[in-house]
Write a protein that binds this ligand. Structure first.
Ligand SMILES: *[C@@H]1O[C@H](CO)[C@@H](O)[C@H](O)[C@H]1NC(C)=O
Ligand SMILES: *[C@@H]1O[C@H](CO)[C@@H](O)[C@H](O)[C@H]1NC(C)=O
Ligand SMILES: *[C@@H]1O[C@H](CO)[C@@H](O)[C@H](O)[C@H]1NC(C)=O
Ligand SMILES: *[C@@H]1O[C@H](CO)[C@@H](O)[C@H](O)[C@H]1NC(C)=O
Length: 432
């Protein structure tokens, strides 16, 4: 052996000793112990990082900082998050976004399938990359979780869409601009047995959180906030999703607090505070003559404060299909402009919508124990389709009075609806 190769093999021996020793002591590792090592500084640092990774991994945790993310420097951390996710997903570990740290992300997809127990813990803040040019590939997405089974996303941190620039460039804010897509802050696509709990979402570019084609979802203890005048910033949007609970959440944005659209069924919303915003909506449904199917939705215990709508079902003219078995119960309205509304002539576009023959059929809709105040005179509005009337509409213990306590009172405006009432009902339908 040449002296060179002796040095090399000693070095390799030393290195592997370090690595193996790392395996051995990983559970007992602590900073103080580590100081007793001697050797070249750089090697120590490498070993230190190696130990840190192994200790975190041994607890099944993957910290984004260990993959090159640098907090609070205003730079793009997308690549580090991608690497950290690949590690977490392939081993069934928990990806950790540390507390008091702000990271910037460009559009990113966290794809499955993953090993069981993969989770995503946001203790700190994830902020959207501010330059719109980074979103050209698909303007509808910022963060997406795709096809992950049994995923848990929680941690109490913040996901911030940094949406000001998108709002300024919205055709709803600046009428001279063309209407273009803007990203949903977080999209969960095809995630079964999903839990999204204890998180703050704010200032999304457009919608805050979208659940699409998911099954068995819990979304709870969420706080969603954006200015009341921010365009299309729905709080929680549910599409083609079955079996879901949305609970114990506070949502105030510039659009629907919750919107539930076609392909969704067995959706339970409980203990939600909404406002500002456009209220809790089923729809819009049937846009562009499309088919809609929504059934078995219960909204129980909600407070709506200063919203433009309370509980709303909205459909475009010309669609088909149904929305049925829907129950709104135990709801408090505070100064809501349209507390109870069915709008089958919904038209959210620049051009007027022409009259059409078909419509989504609404049936078996129950309003029970709904009380409070209306900001407008029309507290109940059933504007049902001329061609497909609303059937089986039930009202029980519904009392809506004027916010200003004025002597004009409230009225109900009803068209093409068959309804029955029990208990107290005020105001009562006057048919136009
Ligand atoms: C770390 O090791 C030192 C020295 O062995 C020991 O005194 C100390 O209690 C240990 N700390 C923890 C947190 O285990
Ligand atoms: C609206 O957009 C046009 C075209 O980009 C721009 O010139 C104008 O300053 C914008 N208006 C406002 C109020 O931002
Ligand atoms: C729904 O998901 C939860 C985990 O979030 C799981 O414990 C439960 O078994 C799932 N239920 C069904 C019917 O798959
Ligand atoms: C009630 O709502 C109306 C319309 O949104 C608003 O102008 C008014 O200031 C509100 N009143 C109170 C007491 O908040």
């Amino acid at each position: 052996m040449s002296p060179k190769s002796v040095v090399l093999s000693v070095f390799i021996l030393f290195l592997s000793f370090g690595l193996c020793f790392g395996f051995y002591i990983e559970d007992k590792y602590n900073e103080t112990n580590y100081k007793y090592y001697t050797g070249p500084r750089r090697l120590m640092k490498q070993q230190h990082e190696h130990f840190m990774r192994r200790t975190r991994r041994s607890k099944g945790r993957v910290n984004v900082d260990d993959y090159g993310a640098i907090a609070n420097d205003g730079r793009d951390d997308t690549e580090a998050f991608e690497k950290a996710w690949n590690e977490a997903c392939s081993r069934g570990y928990i990806l950790v976004v540390p507390e008091k740290c702000v990271y910037y992300l460009k559009p990113i997809t966290f794809s499955g399938p993953c090993q069981p127990n993969t989770a995503f813990k946001v203790y700190g803040t994830i902020k959207a990359w501010p330059h719109m040019s980074a979103y050209e590939k698909d303007r509808r997405l910022w963060i997406m979780f795709d096809n992950v089974l049994n995923l848990v996303v929680d941690g109490g941190g913040i996901i911030d869409g940094n949406g000001w620039k998108w709002w300024q460039n919205s055709c709803k804010v600046n009428k001279s601009l063309p209407c273009k897509d803007a990203p949903t802050a977080v999209t969960f696509s095809q995630c079964n047995n999903l839990k999204v709990v204890n998180l703050n979402f704010k200032n999304a570019q457009q919608m805050h959180v979208r659940f699409q084609r998911c099954f068995n979802v819990t979304a709870s203890n969420l706080v969603v906030t954006a200015p009341g005048n921010s365009p299309n910033t729905d709080g929680i949007h549910v599409t083609e999703t079955q079996t879901m609970v949305i609970s114990n959440s506070v949502i105030g944005t510039g659009d629907d607090c919750i919107s539930i659209v076609s392909g969704s069924n067995n959706i339970r919303v409980t203990n939600v505070i909404c406002g500002p915003g456009h209220g809790i909506s089923i729809g819009s449904l049937g846009a562009g003559n499309s088919e809609a199917e929504v059934s078995d939705v219960v909204v129980n215990r909600a407070i709506l404060k200063g919203t433009t709508n309370g509980v709303r079902i909205k459909t475009w003219q010309g669609g088909y299909g149904y929305a049925k078995n829907i129950k709104f119960m135990n709801i408090v309205m505070r100064n809501v402009t349209n507390p109870i509304i069915i709008d089958q002539n919904y038209c959210d576009q620049k051009e007027p919508c022409p009259e059409q023959e078909s419509a989504v059929q609404l049936s078996n809709v129950v309003y029970q124990n709904i009380r409070g105040t209306s900001a407008s005179e029309v507290a109940i509005k059933f504007e049902c389709s001329k061609t497909v009337r609303c059937r089986e509409i039930y009202l029980q213990d519904v009392i809506l009075t004027p916010e200003d306590g004025g002597d004009t009172g409230t009225v109900a405006a009803c068209e093409n609806v068959v309804y029955a009432n029990r208990g107290k009902l005020h105001p009562q339908c006057s048919f136009s």
